[in-house]
Design a protein around this ligand. Sequence first.
Ligand SMILES: *Cc1c(COP(=O)(O)O)cnc(C)c1O
Length: 414
Amino acid sequence: MSFANGRHYLAIPGPSVIPDPVLQAMQRPAPNIYTGELVELTHGLVPDLKTIAGTQQHVGMYISNGHGLWEAALTNILSRGDKILVCLTGEFGVGWADVATQLGAQVQTLDFGKKSPIDPAQVEQALRADTGHDIKAVLVTHVDTATSLRNDIDGVRKAIDAAGHPALYAVDCVASMGCERFEMDAWGVDVAIAASQKGLMTPAGMGFIWVSDKALEVGQSANMRTPYWDWNLRTNPVHLYEFFGGTPPTQHLYGLRKAVDMMLEEGLDNIFARHAALAGAYWAAADVWAQGGDLVLNVPDAQHRSHAVTALKLNEPDGTRLRDWLTEHMGITLGIPLGMAPWDTDEWHGYFRIGHMGYFNAQMVLGVIGAIETAFIALDIPHGAGGARAAAKFLASKSGQTLAPTDASACCSD
Ligand SMILES: *Cc1c(COP(=O)(O)O)cnc(C)c1O
């Protein structure tokens, strides 16, 4: 028998759950694009998007998903043949590096594997070795959504500075923006990208780029630049059509406005603390399950785990069995693995991911944890008993606290 009827929960790392107020804000006839509310609303998003990324510099918007923003970031700063350094901690870094290669960049990679974050010392070493300053940009993924590793963005900046290297610093924040603390200006990031359907709680279809003064200036000579992705007008628009290089994403803008309002009302510090605490509840449950079975949290050190996504592994094919059973019987869909094993191998069926980004709360997390435990029992998957209890205890211990801004490793590493 299935218990899935009711609201389905897509607990994957994007697209994330869309809040009802966001859906309702989008439900409207085509708005006037020449004058009035939509024009003001779009201009009004600019300062708020900067606040979310911790910057007072520039922001541009695109009708695009995250893949498009990879291209936007690269074409605005590079010329064909330029050398770049890409730090890899999972499949999303690999994807960005591939795009750079296809665009004609010369890509040097530093691969940190799938279980440990970027080591800034190795970045410093690679940049020191580049005595001619041929490397034009350093690319980093803040949270690699495939492995659920979170990288130290401030630490890599310090490594670039320690090497005295002038390369631009570009960061993929698609999985982390609006979920994890990100301080573009304080951390000296030159280019940051995000998409609407993850922490920003809006349907897929909009992408964002934040740009430093330095990147805007250095990028003027980039010969990879193409008319659609050119960020010059988009970061400095006067008319509505200049924001998007054409027709604006009308309904999306209303949805995004509502989502951003909800975020600012909750407060960024509270959002980051909520993500950290609820991620900690998942890890508390997983630690107990692991004690009596074969479950593995992909990132061993909690300090390096994302608060927006958790990658896990069971013995194959139990990852796939678990996901299928949850969808059919519990009304919950978990994320498929990406890049942990080739998709056509048996091994692939061991891995799975849980998305915990954006619009979600304790009852959703406890529902997923309880449902996973139910699946373990129903499918006879060996596991330590008491995962749900451990998550409950963890959240109970946090509930009395004032949720202070955290570098949530402090919040949830126990
Ligand atoms: C989701 C994601 C992307 C790709 O975004 P799409 O909107 O699926 O194209 C890129 N990088 C990271 C880190 C992501 O999580």
